[in-house]
Design a binder for this molecule. Structure first.
Ligand code: SER
Length: 883
């Protein structure tokens, strides 16, 4: 039975039983406590918690999920995959245990053809009710009770939770021991988890969390892994071999020339490549781009692991384009977003692959240098700081560093590496905390939303209005408080607001709130949970009480400047698509007063001529003074009308469309000008890369654009005056001057090096004889660099001919001294090795050193030790030669 059919039967089974079929939500979780959707119930969390009324009493879905906690296990076991699809049925306060158990049993037996005799069930240890229901379907010896670790489900973060009942399939004695799931989970495979969602848990790790309350209603959440079901029904060994994964595996095998099934270690790698490529394709299709934090980092890590495993399999050429092609073919029938945007999706992966291959090249050079230094250190350990730098600056994964170090016979200070990583994570976390509104835990907003209902936003059509304070959040914990006084900074909730909360790349409004006897300044506006707007406000005068009628006033000039930027962003987006093709879609944006930033997909840098064309076209649209119009319609209609957007399948079918005349049409919740002419002018500044396959332009709008151009004009006029040239002659004139300067610098460098080497003859002439060895132990001329000192000792040694000779030169600089030693063959025959001499002499400089027998270098932090170090050199020669 192919996967598409399993999926169809699952949904049909529940549709027949009164469930609404809900499409999969985007992998990008709207829930701020999660990076990515990792279970079928995630999009429904607010309905379980009662934060939002559920639109249906019963629903069923097949949800795209990503789990990366076990990423090390991917490919090694039959069960772990970073991407999977969870089939689920959900009851929001409707049916409960008595219905869900028979529903599941019927589908498994009648729908999928499982024999009753192969099924087992587990229930939570005190759940008599579930056990009684199971006894009507299975004999008691095939129902087992288990504890919290196995039969109690929560999201791993605060949220809904409850006891569960799991259904297992017995694969038979060939796969393990008798005795049911409690005895052996390889033989007895878990196929379906039925969760009785009844409680809400608070924060805490593992099972160490408080139960906060009973949920408002008793709910059902179930999860059946589609790939696991396909593994069983298709009779294959593991989930990489089912119909929607195997083609990718086979393509990886073709590309690397490694036959699947020939070598267990290679098989693991092939499975990793197949798994990770599919996951990456789906993440990119949902709008994630590779970056160094959050979801972007998950994607980057997955793509890089795939590339690296291809290399371990012996592949040397880029392979992502081929692997993505295979993934899109395998999953496209289920997820049309993959096929629709195949070119753009693949471009991003190919770009990331290219930059990682480059990283591997540079990183390898850096690694080699660090490894060479580490080899001369005590214990042959690569310092944690080097491993961290490789990871942090060069994007070199630690597993790669470990592996290469092992090959080079080096250990790695992993503890040191982890300490530095932890420190960096802490810093990032502190940064995130600082950015949240008033450090408030999200649970504070729920009672507020329940009490006062969603905030109504009226700011599309008005900038000022009367409204009522429905909540004041204050203090470090953001607790609700009855009043705020002068000087307080609070989170303010209004029943109706004209203030735009930051979203879709548009900066929040600021402004004022006036009330009888007082005034507040609005500093920031956010929407921490859907439908609730929180204004960060400072009380300037008076005492504000909850419930008070106030006058809300948006700073109109600032709003107008932001709106101009936002409209300009739409025009730039459209102009890029016209210039570069449909694949130049938006990847992010920031609209601030007078300035904008626009990120878009493009495989390489955009030539200046294209930027100039885009700018030109946008400014022409401004002159046409097109009307800007917004309207609300259904998602399907918007798609039909050709609006630009990443169409995630989100719930809530209504979308807002913004048209700029007949030039640009885009889905957008932001604010805009009324006519394009109000933008005045648009100037694009720089173009740069933000991530593989993603480019960024910065731009100015309106008076800011004009002022910028005026300033540049003035600057050019001044330069032309200073260089006595016409503006159009400036580039040639400057290139000419820079060229001359470079020649002069080269000449100067040559003269300086000659001067250093000129001293060589004098030094060679001053050799002392110590027991038959010519010894030169001197301080190099002031200002000699380390490089020059090395050249100098080698030069002096050359002048001493075949004689046994030891040449030592010391330099000193700011709080540091170095010593370089060279020996001739004759000296080495007597046992005088440069490395040994330096090791001992560097001690006098308060440091360490070493190197090869013919040439070595060392140094320390005590410049005053130079005479002593040179004395040590003479003493070593005397000691060795008996002179
Ligand atoms: N939420 C449960 C799980 O993820 C059942 O859907 O296993």
């Amino acid at each position: 039975m192919d996967t598409v059919e399993i999926r169809r039967r699952f949904l049909a089974h529940f549709a027949d039983r009164g469930h609404t079929v809900v499409p999969s939500a985007s992998l990008v979780a709207e829930d701020p406590t999660l990076l990515l959707v990792n279970a079928g119930m995630v999009p429904f969390k607010p309905y379980f918690l009662g934060d939002l009324p559920a639109p249906w009493r019963r629903a069923t879905s097949v949800q795209k999920c990503i789990r990366t906690v076990d990423i090390e296990n991917v490919g090694r076991t039959a069960r772990h995959a970073s991407f999977f699809q969870m089939c689920g049925n959900f009851s929001f306060g409707d049916y409960f245990k008595a219905e869900v158990i028979p529903y599941a049993f019927e589908l498994l037996t009648a729908g999928f053809g499982f024999k009753e005799a192969d099924l087992w069930a587990t229930v939570y240890h005190d759940d008599d009710e579930a056990e009684q229901i199971w006894r009507t379907l299975l004999p008691p010896e095939r129902i087992q009770r288990r504890g919290k670790e196995d039969n109690y489900w929560s999201m791993g973060v605060p949220g809904p939770c409850g006891p569960c009942s799991e259904i297992y399939f017995d694969r038979g004695p060939a796969f393990g021991r008798d005795g049911g799931p409690i005895a052996d989970e390889e033989r007895y495979l878990e196929v379906w988890n039925l969760v009785f969602m009844q409680f809400e848990r608070g924060p805490g790790a593992g099972y160490d969390y408080p139960i906060l309350r009973d949920l408002p209603s008793r709910n059902i959440d179930t999860g059946l892994g589609l790939e696991r079901m396909a593994t069983i029904l298709q009779g294959v060994d593991n989930l990489y071999e089912i119909d929607i994964s195997r083609p990718v595996l086979d393509r990886a095998s073709e590309l690397t020339g490694k036959r699947y099934g020939a070598d267990p270690a290679d098989d693991v790698r092939l499975r990793v490549v197949a798994d990770h490529t599919r996951t990456a394709a789906l993440l990119i299709a949902d709008g994630v781009v590779p970056s160094n934090e959050g979801r972007g980092y998950v994607l980057r890590r997955i793509l890089r692991r795939a590339v690296r495993n291809v290399r371990l399999l012996g592949g040397r050429d880029p392979v992502m384009a081929d692997l993505f092609d295979a993934s899109v073919r395998a999953l496209g029938p289920i997820y049309p977003e993959l096929t629709d945007r195949e070119v753009a999706i693949t471009q991003i992966a190919v770009g990331e692959e290219g930059s990682f291959l480059e990283t591997l090249r540079t990183g390898t050079t850096i690694f080699d240098t660090a490894a060479a230094a580490a080899k001369t250190s005590a214990g042959a350990v690569l310092p944690g700081a080097d491993a961290f730098k490789l990871h942090d600056t060069y994007g070199f994964p630690i597993d790669l560093t470990l592996e290469m170090a092992a090959e080079a016979g080096l250990a790695v200070d992993e503890d040191g590496f982890r300490r530095l990583m932890a420190r960096q994570r802490e810093a990032a976390k502190a940064d995130r905390r600082g950015r949240r509104i008033g450090n408030v835990d999200l649970s504070v907003y729920r009672p507020l939303l329940e009490r006062s209902g969603p905030t109504v936003f009226t700011g599309y059509t008005e900038l000022e209005r009367s409204s009522r304070v429905t909540g004041l959040l204050g203090g470090a914990d953001g607790a609700l408080q009855p009043a705020a006084v002068e000087g307080d900074e609070v989170g303010l909730v209004l029943d109706v607001t004209p203030f735009y909360a930051e979203s879709g790349g548009q900066e929040p409004d600021t402004g004022k709130i006036l009330f009888d006897g007082g005034e507040l300044e609005i500093l920031d506006v956010q929407r921490p949970v859907a439908d609730l707007v929180v204004h960060r406000a400072r009380v300037l005068r008076g005492e504000l009480r909850s419930g008070t009628e106030v006058r809300a006033q948006v700073d109109a000039d600032r709003r107008a400047a932001i709106s101009r930027s936002h409209t300009a962003t739409h025009l730039i987006h459209q102009a890029f698509r016209r210039a570069l093709g449909e694949t130049a879609t938006q990847a992010g944006s920031l609209n601030s007063p007078g300035r904008l930033r626009f990120d878009f997909r493009s495989p390489g840098a955009v030539p200046p001529s294209v930027l100039a064309d885009v700018e030109d076209e946008v400014n022409e649209v401004l002159v046409k003074d097109l009307e800007v119009r917004a309207f609300v319609t259904t998602q399907d209609e918007a798609r039909r009308l050709g609006a630009m957007a990443l169409f995630g399948e989100k719930y809530g079918d209504e979308v807002r469309v913004v048209d700029v005349g007949d030039y640009a049409r885009e889905l957008c919740g932001g604010t805009h000008v009324a006519r394009s002419g109000q933008l005045g002018s648009v100037k694009l500044l720089s173009e740069s890369s933000v991530a593989a396959g993603t480019r960024r332009v910065d731009g100015l709008v309106g008076i800011d654009a004009f002022r910028f151009l005026a300033r540049e004009h003035l600057l050019v006029a001044r330069l032309a005056g200073a260089l006595k040239a016409r503006p159009e002659e400036l580039p040639d004139r400057v290139a000419d001057i820079v060229g001359k300067l470079r020649d002069a610098e080269r000449e100067l460098e040559r003269v300086r090096a000659d001067a250093v080497l000129a001293g060589a003859a004098t030094l060679a002439a001053g050799a002392e004889d110590v027991g038959g060895v010519a010894v030169i132990a001197a301080e190099a001329p002031p200002g000699t660099s380390g490089d020059d000192a090395r050249k100098l000792v080698v030069d002096v040694r050359g002048r001493l001919g075949e004689r046994p000779a030891v040449v030592a030169l010391a330099t000193r600089g700011d709080g540091r001294a170095t010593i370089v030693v060279a020996t001739t063959d004759g000296a080495r025959t007597l046992g005088l090795r440069a490395g040994d001499v330096v090791r001992e002499a560097a001690g006098a400089l308060g440091g360490r050193g070493g190197g090869k027998p013919d040439l070595a270098q060392g140094g320390g932090t005590d410049p005053d030790g130079v005479p002593r170090a040179l004395g040590v050199v003479r003493a070593i020669v005397a000691r060795t030669t008996g002179g």
